[in-house]
Design a protein around this ligand. Structure first.
Ligand code: NAD
Length: 413
């Protein structure tokens, strides 16, 4: 079967849910499309004095429920199509967890492992300057995604603030604590994945502490999810990153693996490292894809052995594999619910910045748990009522909320 683009995947998911809803054709067409797309081609001075051209994007999908919100990705595969898909998933994610944001995403096509820190800083500052006309604390608030982190957010916040003439912390979230970040934000997506995994175990009458778990991707989302799920008593038997993976049926010490990655930048060299490990196909109870899109596909779906899949990454499962695995009885917690913890605590960070009043970490984590629990319950209820899977139910809930806001606001003019 032809490999679908991420945007095609997002559209198929939308259409499947829309079929169960009573939406007018024109409204459906409008909700599928991004509202605004900006492509920027810009120069960066490299350390050797040469000028290099970079292409960046900011796609704003829908802001009918509140300001646009979404991460920025640095990766060689970033293109307009991927950014469109990720932007639309942000709209549905914010609506599923019922926080007052719309959806956007940004990215720069680049290989950050080949850039020095100084080059990364100059590229980030120029990218933010290029997209500045359409972002802002009340318009569109970027955040971290693949290969961007707290440091990247600090540069973005500083650039925007320098250009405006005063400090504006609420223009981005995922900042370091010292310049307006929220306690618990760095761990938030992984923590949300852990909460969603606990909910899924409860619903499927499985005891998390008796489960074996494999986690693909050992960055912000995967490494924290593995750490917190291990702390809940489950056995993490496999982890992987772009360099390969580790499989140990007796369990992996996640904290040791994190220490290794902090020093060595990847899992390469960690005892038992295997470049060829097919982590997704291992015999585990719970599988957590937390790397990139299009990982569970027609090519490997028949070899998946997990009973539960919790999507830490955005778009890791293709529609073909989704349908096959769901029919087979594999329980999938979709990305727009499972990894929403990051944007929920980004929302808390934005609120704290606006109020100039900071919460302690317990308050952040408790509120996050409450929101994931509430959203999970609402999605599970729709899945039961409509006799459908969790992904379609999550889309029904989200599209319904965005459609209602659109119609109540009215079509301008
Ligand atoms: P990251 O850059 O911190 O980590 C990405 C990890 O994936 C790295 O360990 C990398 O080596 C690994 N990886 C890349 N290609 C791989 C491959 N082929 N096989 C195995 N591992 C591979 O990024 P992140 O922030 O952890 O994001 C991971 C996923 O989670 C993305 O899909 C992202 O969109 C999604 N997400 C992130 C957040 C967030 O707050 N950071 C929130 C929601 C969703």
């Amino acid at each position: 079967m032809k490999q679908l683009t991420s945007y095609e995947v997002a559209q198929i998911q939308f259409d499947k849910a829309a079929k169960l809803m009573n939406l007018k054709k024109g409204l459906q067409e409008y909700l599928k499309k991004p509202n605004r797309e900006l492509v920027v081609n810009f120069p960066v001075k490299m350390d050797n004095g040469e000028i290099q051209l970079f292409t960046g994007y900011r796609v704003q999908h829908n802001d009918n429920r509140g300001p646009f919100k979404g991460g920025v990705r640095y990766h060689p595969n970033v293109d307009i199509d991927e950014v469109r898909a990720l932007a639309s998933w942000m709209t549905w994610k914010c609506a599923v967890v019922n926080i007052p944001f719309g959806g956007a995403k940004g990215g720069v096509t680049c290989d950050p492992s080949k850039l020095s820190l100084a080059e990364l800083e100059r590229m980030t500052r120029r990218y933010i300057t290029e997209i500045r006309p359409i972002i802002g604390p009340a318009r569109d608030i970027p955040a971290p995604d693949v290969n961007t982190n707290e440091q990247t957010m600090a540069w973005m916040m500083d650039t925007y603030s320098m250009e405006e003439g005063y400090s504006i912390p609420d223009v981005v979230t995922g900042k370091p604590i010292c310049c307006g970040g929220s306690l618990g934000r760095r761990e938030a997506t992984g923590r949300g994945v852990m909460f969603a995994t606990k909910e899924a175990c409860l619903q499927n009458k499985m005891k998390l502490e008796k489960c074996t778990v494999a986690v693909q991707g050992f960055g912000n989302v995967g490494s924290i999810a593995a750490q917190l799920i291990q702390a809940e008593g489950a056995k993490i038997v496999a982890v992987s990153d772009a360099s390969g993976g580790i499989y140990n049926p007796k369990g992996i010490d996640v904290l040791k693996a994190q220490e290794h990655v902090a020093k060595q930048k990847s899992l390469l060299g960690f005892p038992g490292h295997n470049k060829e490990l097919k982590l997704l196909e291992l015999p585990v109870d719970i599988l957590i894809p937390a790397a990139l899109e299009n990982q569970i596909t027609g090519d490997n779906m028949k070899n998946i052995k997990a009973k539960i899949i919790v999507e830490g990454a955005n778009g890791p499962t293709t529609p073909e594999a989704d349908e096959y695995l769901t029919k087979k009885g594999v329980f999938i917690v979709p990305d727009i619910l499972a990894n929403a913890g990051g944007v929920v605590v980004s929302y808390f960070e934005w609120v704290q910045n606006i109020q100039k009043l900071f919460w302690d970490e317990k308050e952040v984590n408790d509120r996050l748990q409450h929101i994931i629990h509430r959203a999970y319950g609402e999605v599970a209820k729709i899945a039961a009522e409509k006799k459908t899977d969790m992904r379609t139910a999550a889309f029904v809930l989200a599209i319904g909320r965005v459609a209602e806001a659109t119609l109540v606001r009215g079509i301008f003019p």
